[in-house]
Every structure is written in structure tokens, then in C-alpha cells.
Design a protein around this ligand. Sequence first.
Ligand SMILES: CC(C)(COP(=O)(O)OP(=O)(O)OC[C@H]1O[C@@H](n2cnc3c(N)ncnc32)[C@H](O)[C@@H]1OP(=O)(O)O)[C@@H](O)C(=O)NCCC(=O)NCCS
Length: 198
Amino acid sequence: MSKFTDKSKLLSKSTESIISLYPNKYEITIKLKNGKELFIRPVKSTDIEMVQELHYSLDDHDIYYRFFSLGNTFSHCEIQDVVNINYTKEMVLVGEHFEDGKKKIIALGGLFRKFDPTIGELVFVTHKDWRDLGITQFLLKYLVKIGRELNFKKLGGSINLCNNPMLHILHTIEYKWTMKKINREVAVVLIDLMEDLS
Ligand SMILES: CC(C)(COP(=O)(O)OP(=O)(O)OC[C@H]1O[C@@H](n2cnc3c(N)ncnc32)[C@H](O)[C@@H]1OP(=O)(O)O)[C@@H](O)C(=O)NCCC(=O)NCCS
């Protein structure tokens, strides 16, 4: 390998970390249905333990809806991928709550770039104590806005057909979306970011 190639590799690596600086423009405080405020911000690599704790708080039912399987579904390696993202390509937002001198992540909404670079994969988790307060509805709308800025054309993912809260949330979005049944339990949802219905 020539010296030139080595240098250009170094350059592209450092360029990536520069353009992937933490985007504090997405930090926002929202008011929940119970009147409490929640700080929403992009994930940071230092969040690893708090994200792990959020996932450990899930019961088998939630884990099945989130991962479509039970067992060791959230390894250290997978969490690394969730908290170390290139913000220019993907986004993970977390809800941070401060209580009794301790910071906690109580909700997470992610938008990941998978095989097709134009389609973003969405995932959501809210801690049981914080459900039905409008957090995921907010995160979905916010990720749709960010997804457009990151040049995604569609956002989607798999959904369990018994996941009534998630199905209900989908009906609140202002974009055209389709749902294709894969089997008796699971469907694939695709939100078309080119078709704003508002
Ligand atoms: C699905 C999930 C992320 C929703 O999070 P959340 O922050 O509680 O969602 P929101 O509060 O924004 O919205 C929930 C809505 O569902 C409604 N809802 C709750 N239970 C419901 C049910 N059984 N049937 C229909 N609607 C229901 C709520 O009333 C609320 O709607 P509203 O605001 O119009 O009243 C959360 O339940 C969760 O973490 N589940 C486990 C993981 C999962 O399923 N992830 C999604 C797949 S990636």
C-alpha cells in the first residue's frame, strides 16, 4: 500500500469523526401528558449503561415485541452499535430523566440505516413506568423530521400485529404508510416520507 493511500485513509477517518459531531440542535424538552417535562437528546457513547438498564427493565412480553425473539437479545456489542452512531447517517434519541440525584434513560427511539440506504429502520422502547404519556408519539414524529433531513425516503420496520399501542401510534402520523403481513403475527410497516398528508 502506498503512503498516499495510507494518508487518504487517515483523512477520511478523521473527516468522518468531524462531520459526525454530537448534534445538540436536536436537544429538546417536551411536556408529557402527566405535566412532567422530559429532556430528549441524541444518544451519546457514554449512555451505554443507562441504555442497558432500560432494556433490562423490559419483561418477556416487551422483549418479544421489540426483538421478535426471547433470550440474549441485547448483547454488549449490540448496545455499542446503538450508542455509537454516525449522526450524519443515523439517529438515536433518548429521553433522559433526573431523579434522586441519578440520571436515567427512560425511553429510546432509533433510526438505523440498514441494507437499503434509502430506508431507515425504526425502533422504540419506553420504560413501563413512563408509558402512555406520548413519548413514542413524539419520538416518531421527531424521527420522521430527522429522517427527511438525513435523506431517507422511507422509514419502517417489523411490527407484531398484537402490539396495539404501536399500531395506535402509527395511525397518528401524517405520512402515507403501508403495512404488509409477513405471517400471522408480524407485518412490515413502511412510512413514505415523500407523501406528507398534512
Ligand atoms: C410500544 C411502546 C414503545 C409505546 O411507547 P409509549 O411511550 O408508551 O407510547 P405513547 O405514550 O406515545 O403512545 C401510546 C398510545 O397507545 C395507546 N394504547 C396503550 N395501550 C393500548 C392498547 N392496548 N390498545 C390501543 N391503544 C393503546 C395509548 O393510549 C397511547 O395513545 P394516546 O396518546 O392516543 O392515548 C411501548 O409500549 C414499549 O416500549 N413497548 C415494548 C417495546 C415495543 O413494543 N416496541 C415497539 C416495536 S420496535
